[in-house]
Design a protein around this ligand. Structure first.
Ligand SMILES: Cc1cc2nc3c(=O)[nH]c(=O)nc-3n(C[C@H](O)[C@H](O)[C@H](O)COP(=O)(O)OP(=O)(O)OC[C@H]3O[C@@H](n4cnc5c(N)ncnc54)[C@H](O)[C@@H]3O)c2cc1C
Length: 248
């Protein structure tokens, strides 16, 4: 429901709304806000990776993802929001303060369908919270996230096992260059019987989750499939935003 008449929004809110209160807001890196909320749990309880929606105006909803679940009653949820979009959702999040009361719209958690056990996770800043929710669950994941240049150092300090790439001029370009270099390294490694640094990293993958900018995800999937790193069926994709489009 990125956009809906106010009456329909009211209906959705009464069916799916969970009363919530902001416990904390802080900035882990430039361009990111981390929210901690206490929110009544939906059927089945909160889960990392749970998709939620905030009603940011009476007629607009914006979607976000639960990164962490904590607290004695598992009703504390953490959400990592990127603030690059400059739309009404981002404005609304910027205005949140500890104590603010709100409503979180959600239903029972339906996890993304992942494949394999050694997975590649790619995304941009708005997908970092989701990627962390899934990648933390186990295995030996390869995680690469494109973020604003000044966020690279603080995010690397916080998540030393993830690779953060400074975003270039166009969304997805930095990730695409990294992926193409890594894929080419893999071919060299296979031909020469050696483990090239990047190729070695992509070797043995059996699944991927690609999130974030719609067009970039398509290019990434193409590079993975055409480069025979993964079959198409092993790649899960979910667009979070598209250039010039409001809310997805
Ligand atoms: C299932 C789902 C889960 C999501 N989870 C998260 C999450 O946990 N954290 C998070 O930060 N975001 C998340 N998003 C993305 C978030 O909903 C979008 O970025 C949203 O468009 C932001 O709303 P807005 O009102 O600020 O901008 P909009 O009004 O939607 O868009 C305004 C302009 O900004 C551009 N834009 C939108 N998003 C971005 C972006 N991320 N970077 C750069 N430009 C952008 C648009 O193309 C448009 O031109 C999720 C999206 C989906 C679909």
């Amino acid at each position: 429901m990125p956009q809906a008449p106010a009456a329909l929004g009211d209906l959705m809110e009464s069916a799916l709304g969970r009363p919530a209160r902001v416990l904390g807001v802080h900035e882990p890196a430039p361009g990111f806000l981390e929210l901690e909320l206490r929110a009544a749990a939906p059927p089945g309880g909160w889960r990392p990776g749970h998709e939620i929606q905030f009603r940011v105006t009476p007629t607009l909803g914006r979607r976000y993802t639960v990164r962490t679940v904590s607290g004695p009653d598992a009703e504390h949820i953490g959400v990592l929001a990127a603030t690059h979009a400059e739309g009404p959702g981002t404005d609304w999040i910027r205005r949140l303060r500890p104590g603010t009361g709100t409503t979180v719209l959600t239903a029972r958690h339906r996890p993304l369908r992942e494949h394999g056990t050694r997975r590649l996770y790619l995304g941009d800043g708005c997908a970092l919270g989701t990627i962390d929710a899934y990648a933390r669950a186990g295995g030996d994941p390869v995680v690469t996230v494109e973020v604003p240049p000044d966020a690279v150092a603080p995010l690397t300090d916080r998540w030393p096992r993830y690779r953060f790439l400074p975003a270039g001029q166009a969304p997805g370009d930095a990730l695409q260059s990294w992926l193409e270099r890594a894929a080419a390294g893999g071919e060299r490694a296979a031909a020469g019987g050696e483990r090239a640094a990047a190729g070695g990293e992509l070797a043995g993958l059996d699944g991927a989750l690609l999130l974030g900018h719609a067009r970039s995800i398509q290019r990434q999937r193409h590079a993975l499939v055409a480069g025979r790193i993964l079959p198409r069926r092993a790649v899960t994709t979910k667009p979070y935003w598209a250039t010039g489009k409001q809310g997805l």
